[in-house]
Design a protein around this ligand. Sequence first.
Ligand SMILES: [Zn+2]
Length: 232
Amino acid sequence: MLPYPVQCCLVVPSSVTGLPMESAPTHPPELLEDLISCQGCDLLYHKRDLQLGEAARCARCGDVIQTRKPRTIDRSLAASLAALFLLLVSLCTPFLSLSRSGLQSSMTMLNAAEALWNSQMRWLGCLTLGLIVLLPLARYSMMCWVLGRLFFRRRIKPSMLTAFRWSIRLEPWAMVDIFIVGVVVSLVKISSLANLEVGLAFWALLGLTAVSLFLNYVLCKDTIWDKLTCRA
Ligand SMILES: [Zn+2]
């Protein structure tokens, strides 16, 4: 017997609908892969066979514990490719141009990290390079690789599970959206000192922030994990 209770969750198609405890599926308790824990309160549940568009919520804290989103692989792959493309555009094009008294200067994001490194703020330069460039690049590359292989129905490799796990873990550390907010605040503050012109990289990062939100919306981790472990 398991040392903890296994509860029945609430399945939510469009509005909250409670299910009675008697309707909980009766899986053998030794099948641990059929159990799922709530990220919010650690309560353990049996996995449900959800229909497309349904979500299961924790009956105790209300967190979403299981989802089944339609066309998640092709939509997530499209969003990941778009994010990767926008990130590469933001690295290769000018981010900001400053002009004052006939002098003009433009910089890319890599120039910004380099300038911080050269101005005795090496740790800040490293953080900028890591959190704004390297981690998002790694995350979207791994996501594209895993989803691309699933989309083209290639053989599942063990390294795909590792890559997908790390692409999920890196999500909170890819801070492009926070960087954009910081840049906008800085632009407002220095706009009185010089003529500013935002470059293509700024708009690419803004687009990347929107695409990243869309990716989080369409990505169904449960479905991807089931595909990777050959359960679906
Ligand atoms: Zn919970």
